[in-house]
Design a protein around this ligand. Structure first.
Ligand code: PMP
Length: 402
């Protein structure tokens, strides 16, 4: 008889550990200041955090979390449906609805759970058309709902149209995309998606995890930036990126949100968001609205780093998006580069399948508005040294970063 635990005895990552290039679960011991962390007793530039606006360390956000903890305790004590709902959650929902200009919002305990909640809207007769790069939690929502998943090539609307055209005429259709994609930093083609959704009677779900707080003049995300907020039926957000804390939300029409409050398993069967996180998200939202200069700084930082990496010879397109993806290809080569960068004092993220398509491993660098130019130049210098050592770059640089 097979043992369900047998697979755990020979972990596939052990050879990578033996080579000393395992890039995961390295614990941060301390924050060493803005943009820096201590790992294994060494101060590293934090180049892999999604704390895009630097709000996780902002004194106003931290103080809001502390004050809420003093007033309401460290936990919520139960699910929102039963005894865990706080007036603070409702205040946050109202504030988010006003900020996002959506009729209603449901706050969840993580961004993952906000997307998973969408499973409640789906059934076996439905088809979800998802960009090839959408996040795992959207895929999990489709599985939970028992719907059929059809994936279109990244931002390839001809492919999307073909898949829409091939749907059973009676099937419910939902197009899911990220606003700014977490692994590539690219932005979805919302105008094209909106047109196809209208033509084929599909609902549009936009995961704004990486674009709320960043894109759009007011920071409402990719839909605001495209001037197409009405084309999006449901928008999901997470608090773990630009808002600097933990939690998530689904925003959309009243009837959808009310339905989800009663049917979404990731809402009903898990403890409500902690008071500290709810208060932190509220404080962060105020800063997102009041300090657009953080978005501008982030864009300038991204232009600087992506320009420097492209100048070194990496296959990076200069842009103002805070996620800079450096394509590497094979997993092992990606782990080696990650390790060299780590040794150079830069803490990045190694992304392999299933986070990205197989064979397309990449080093993901994410920037924060509080990174200084000197820190950005340190990241680029580390890439220069590491790339040359591994033979990914010519040994004589065409242009060295300052
Ligand atoms: N959506 C996207 C696009 C993400 O990248 C992530 C997390 N990286 C999530 C949702 C889940 O958010 P959280 O980590 O806050 O649960």
């Amino acid at each position: 008889m097979a043992d369900v635990f047998a697979k755990c005895r020979l972990p596939e990552y052990q050879p990578v550990k033996d080579l000393g290039i395992y890039p995961y679960y390295h614990a941060v011991e301390e924050r060493a200041g803005d943009g820096e962390v201590v790992v294994g007793g060494r101060v590293l530039v934090q180049a892999g955090s999604n704390d895009y606006l630097g709000l996780s360390g902002d004194p106003r956000v931290k103080e809001a979390a502390v004050a809420a903890t003093r007033r309401l305790g460290t936990g919520s004590g139960g699910s929102r449906l039963t005894n865990g709902s706080l007036a603070l959650h409702e205040e946050l929902e109202a504030r988010l609805a006003a900020f996002l200009r959506r009729p209603a919002v449901m706050v969840t305990s993580a961004g993952y759970l906000a997307n998973l909640a969408l499973g409640a809207l789906l059934g076996p007769g439905d088809v979800v058309l998802g960009d090839r790069l959408v996040h795992a939690c959207l895929i999990d929502a489709v599985r939970l709902g028992g719907a059929r998943l059809r994936r279109y090539r990244h931002n390839d609307l001809e492919h999307l149209e073909r898949l829409l055209g091939a749907c059973d005429p009676d099937a419910g259709r939902m197009i899911v995309t990220e606003g700014m994609f977490s692994t590539s930093g690219s932005v979805c083609d919302l105008p094209g998606i909106a047109k196809l959704a209208r033509a084929y009677g599909a609902r549009v779900v936009l995961d704004s995890a990486h674009d709320v707080g960043l894109l759009g003049t007011a920071g409402r995300g990719a839909a605001e930036a495209h001037g197409l907020e009405e084309a999006v039926d449901v928008q999901t957000v997470t608090f773990s990126k630009a808002l600097g804390t933990i939690g998530g939300a689904v925003a959309g029409p009243e009837e959808i949100i009310l339905y989800l409050r009663h049917h979404a398993r990731s809402m009903v069967f898990t403890a409500a968001l902690s008071p500290a996180c709810a208060a932190a998200a509220l404080a962060a939202l105020e800063i997102v609205a009041a300090e657009p200069e953080r978005r501008r700084r982030l864009r300038a930082a991204a232009r600087r780093l992506s320009g420097e990496l492209a100048g070194l010879g990496y296959a990076v397109t200069p842009s103002d998006r805070p996620v800079v993806a450096v394509p590497v290809g094979e997993d092992l080569r990606c782990f080696r580069l990650w390790r060299e960068l780590f040794d150079e004092g830069v803490f990045t993220t190694a992304m392999i399948s299933p986070g990205v398509p197989p064979g397309q491993a990449l080093i993901r660098v994410s920037l924060t508005a509080t990174h200084t130019d000197a820190q950005i130049d340190r990241i680029a210098s580390a890439f220069a040294a590491a790339g040359r050592r591994l033979g990914l770059l010519p040994s004589t640089p065409e242009r060295t970063p300052p």
